[in-house]
Design a binder for this molecule. Structure first.
Ligand SMILES: C[S@@+](CC[C@H](N)C(=O)[O-])C[C@H]1O[C@@H](n2cnc3c(N)ncnc32)[C@H](O)[C@@H]1O
Length: 324
């Protein structure tokens, strides 16, 4: 992009009300993207001979991650092919950092929008669950998900290729943690110098917001009482983030948003509900929105034998082994 479109300028005004400086910086970060630091996730213990020169960590950064300077290409390091590291945009790590507020132990995590696998791998390191169900509803993306989980020696994962409604119908009230890293208009791709056709168009925003609401409504059924739902996107439009969150909290009043202490400085300026954002002009990453919700504990049915059998039956019937 060489010139900001009218829709981008309009979005900048809605995001940074009465703040022309931030509006200009936001637009500039998308029109003339600068190289961003990348982050590595250690999926295996760090080697004694540490091969990188990491940048100082942010206070919210999980211990299992290191931030590297922009020009370093950890994806080309032998530790990558060995499955010791997984490469991520720092925004992804920011979004997943809400998981650190969840108390341990965690039995079951369900990642409903999992490919290519970054949040599943982060959740596995942060939460150390007994089992993680990694779902990707788009068939052709399942292969990369399986390939990454396998490469990183993920032993406790089962993969699925299902619509989220099948989870809600078959194993309701089962998961301590559900992750919805939702499909979105992908506006932050521009901050990475990539293309995202029509990403500011109202029709795109509406379509994505509706899809996110549908996924979240199914996710709500899956979470057990006292459990957590992490909702995140990599786009900027409030229609897909704060507005979806407000809709969700109104419709599913058994959920509330959890304040996440290390992220308080990143509170979205667009709502008083606890949810967090980073912006591309701040150079932490391409940008992200994230929030952690919890379901009323009184709704916990306890882990019954029937529930355990239902879960095992579901895995046996729909799960894919980690083979390609
Ligand atoms: C933002 S990406 C997920 C990235 C992934 N969590 C990671 O960290 O590597 C969103 C994913 O949702 C999937 N998706 C698309 N439509 C969906 C739907 N209706 N229900 C669930 N997932 C969907 C997309 O194929 C995509 O893989």
């Amino acid at each position: 992009m060489t010139e900001p479109s009218k829709l981008l300028l309009k979005l900048s005004h809605r995001l940074f009300i009465n703040d022309p400086e931030q509006q200009a910086a936001f637009v500039e970060a998308l029109v003339h993207p600068r190289p961003l630091s990348s982050t590595i996730l250690w999926t295996q213990p760090r080697p004694e001979a540490y091969p990188f020169d990491p940048l100082p960590p942010y206070s919210w950064q999980p211990n299992c991650t290191d931030r590297l300077p922009p020009m370093v290409q950890p994806g080309k390091h032998p530790l990558h092919s060995a499955g010791t590291i997984y490469c991520l945009d720092t925004s992804s790590v920011f979004a997943a950092s809400v998981l650190q507020a969840i108390p341990h132990p965690v039995e079951l995590v369900v990642d409903l929008c999992a490919a290519p696998g970054g949040k599943s791998l982060l959740a596995n390191q942060i939460l150390q669950p007994k089992q993680i169900l990694c779902n990707e509803s788009i068939r052709k993306r399942v292969k990369i998900l399986i390939s990454n989980l396998k490469r990183c020696h993920t032993k406790n994962a089962v993969t699925f290729n299902l619509d989220p409604s099948i989870f809600a119908k078959n194993i309701p009230n089962t998961a301590q943690v559900v992750i919805v890293d939702a499909p979105c208009s992908g506006q932050s791709l521009l901050a990475k110098g990539k293309k995202a056709e029509g990403c500011f168009h109202p029709v795109t925003l509406k379509k994505n917001a509706q899809r996110q609401k549908r996924i979240l409504a199914n996710a709500a059924q899956l979470v057990t009482g006292g459990g957590y739902l992490a909702y995140m996107t990599c786009t900027y439009a409030p229609e897909e983030n704060e507005q979806v969150l407000q809709w969700f909290l109104k419709k599913f009043s058994e959920f509330s948003a959890v304040p996440v202490a290390p992220l308080l400085a990143y509170q979205s300026p667009l709502t008083a509900t606890p949810c967090y954002r980073i912006w591309p002009q701040n150079q932490i990453g391409a940008g992200a929105f994230t929030t952690l919700l919890t379901k009323e504990r009184s709704l916990n049915r306890g882990s019954t034998i029937t529930q355990t059998l239902e879960l095992q039956g579901f895995i046996d019937h729909f799960g894919w082994l980690l083979t390609i």
